[in-house]
Design a protein around this ligand. Structure first.
Ligand code: ZN
Length: 487
């Protein structure tokens, strides 16, 4: 028996249904018809790194310690890495039970961990690594060598190449990976095959709303799904899931402008930046088809050094200096432009700000309809890492909004999204189950590990926050104490 796990970063039932209204997806359709389907609830914040870590550990971010795409450690901001967590991950449990595992495309893990099988990381690792080391000579791993760019690098690239051209290129990379994945699945008899594909997240940010491109992506993913389903025997099971879903974005709340209004942070513009902004060169003008963006595109293409110099001076008036912000503000905000942001009360600045007073003040944004939820970190997480969360408070914007903590917006609280972001994350992702009977009663990302362990007839440790989704009667979680008592 083989358990197949297909993780589709950012895929959701609503976006699949939108595509199904326009085109057929035979394998997804068969899954929805013959299997079970549900929205899979993600963690807070529903961003890739903490959500995948919860998927593969079964515990909340307070226990695994990964809260963001980045980590705020004292004055530094570093990218997250699943290897930093001390909780066991799915492949650890399976390796200890001597099961053979194929794990490919797993994001935010570097270098590849040693498992009983083959491991190839996916997006957001500094460079390609694999276990065993000779994996690269057995399989073509070219498609797994991602270049993950920063917001500004991405903006420049999209300005020069156009989002359509980039979307087509990343679709081609998927075909390359799909070929390798097929070969890997056939290489031996696996107990568990874990395949994560990062494409939906990449593409839906860039091209959500461009129906032709989104449909083409789901068609390519449908073919990948077909490759797996064709290999399944009646004993096998398949779980298709995502770390979060997607929705359209129309408006943006500029968190730093609010912090500036409340005198929790300060502006640090240069004279040149103020001049350039007055001349009309800003994010808004650059993100529209018009004279300014055409000139900027031309400059980028032919005189990249000049474009860099202009953006460098503009940066102080347009982009928030993150490192300065941590030390020089009473309250600083962090996010990656999804509908969520962290607020952190400074340890470096004297002030009379408390968690309670900040929440009271934030209520005004809720009343204005600019925020949907205000959470206190120590109330939504459990575990020894709660105090390492990037902020004391996590705010959530209403549907169709994103929260920006990276840019200034000329003293206005609300504005338009970056033209590089057509879609933003939503909490509800995707769960499709095929080949085994499950009870899907508001499933969460925490439930994947216990479900897989249950399918493999392995015990579920009591530290795990999720529960098995298998229809059969729930067993008591295994506690070491019970064993000693019996002895
Ligand atoms: Zn994601």
């Amino acid at each position: 028996m083989t358990v197949y796990l297909l993780g589709l970063d950012g895929a959701s039932i609503n976006t699949i249904k939108e595509t199904l209204e326009r085109t057929r997806l035979p394998n997804f359709e068969r899954l929805i018809e013959k299997g079970a389907a549900a929205d899979l609830k993600s963690v807070y914040p529903y961003v890739t790194a903490p959500a995948w870590t919860t998927i593969f550990s079964g515990v909340n971010p307070g226990k695994h310690g990964i809260f963001e795409m980045f980590e705020v450690r004292e004055e530094k901001i570093l990218p997250s890495n699943m290897r930093a967590t001390d909780v066991p991950l799915l492949w650890d449990y399976l390796s200890w039970a001597n099961k053979r595992i194929l794990a490919v495309g797993i994001p935010f893990i570097h270098p590849a961990p040693k498992i009983n099988g083959v491991f190839v990381p996916g997006r957001f690792s500094p460079r390609l690594s694999c276990y065993p080391e000779d994996t690269g000579s057995r399989f073509d791993l070219q498609g797994f060598d991602y270049d993950d760019l920063s917001m500004e690098e991405k903006t420049e690239k999209i300005l020069v190449e156009g989002s359509k051209k980039i979307s087509i290129k990343i679709l081609k990379n998927l075909e390359m990976r799909a070929k390798t994945i097929s070969k890997m699945i056939d290489a031996e008899k696996w107990d568990v095959a874990i395949i994560v594909e990062g494409l939906p997240d990449d593409l839906l940010h860039l091209s959500y709303g461009d129906d032709a491109i989104v449909d083409e992506m789901y068609l390519a993913l449908d073919r990948l799904l077909g490759q797996i389903m064709r290999r399944m025997t009646p004993e096998d099971s398949l779980l298709v899931f995502s770390d979060h879903g997607f929705c359209n974005v129309k408006r943006v709340l500029f968190m730093n402008e609010w912090l500036l209004q409340k005198k929790y942070t300060s502006l640090n513009e240069t004279v040149l930046s103020r001049l350039l902004l007055r001349l009309g060169l800003d994010w808004e003008s650059l993100s529209q088809e018009g004279f300014t963006s055409k000139v900027f595109r031309f400059t980028l293409e032919h005189f990249p050094w000049m474009a860099t110099r202009i953006t460098n001076s503009l940066r102080s008036g347009m982009v928030v200096n993150e490192n300065r912000q941590i030390t020089a503000s009473k309250v600083s905000a962090f996010s990656i432009n999804e509908p969520l942001a962290w607020l952190r009360i400074s340890e470096y600045q004297e002030g009379n700000v408390t968690q309670g007073s900040l929440i009271l003040e934030l209520e005004e944004l809720k009343e204005k309809g600019l925020l949907k939820n205000i959470f206190e970190t120590d109330k939504i997480y459990t575990g020894k890492f709660v105090r390492f969360a990037p902020g004391n408070i996590l705010v959530e914007a209403p549907d169709g909004w994103a929260v920006d903590t990276l840019r200034w917006n000329r003293r206005k609280l609300a504005g338009k999204p970056l033209f590089t972001k057509k879609g933003v994350h939503r909490r509800e992702g995707l769960l499709l189950v095929y080949g085994c009977s499950v009870k899907l009663d508001s499933p969460r990302v925490h439930d994947i590990v216990p479900t897989v362990l249950d399918l493999m007839k392995l015990p579920v440790p009591s530290n795990v926050d999720g529960r098995s989704l298998l229809g059969m009667k729930q067993k008591e979680p295994v506690k070491l104490l019970n064993v000693t008592q019996r002895l």
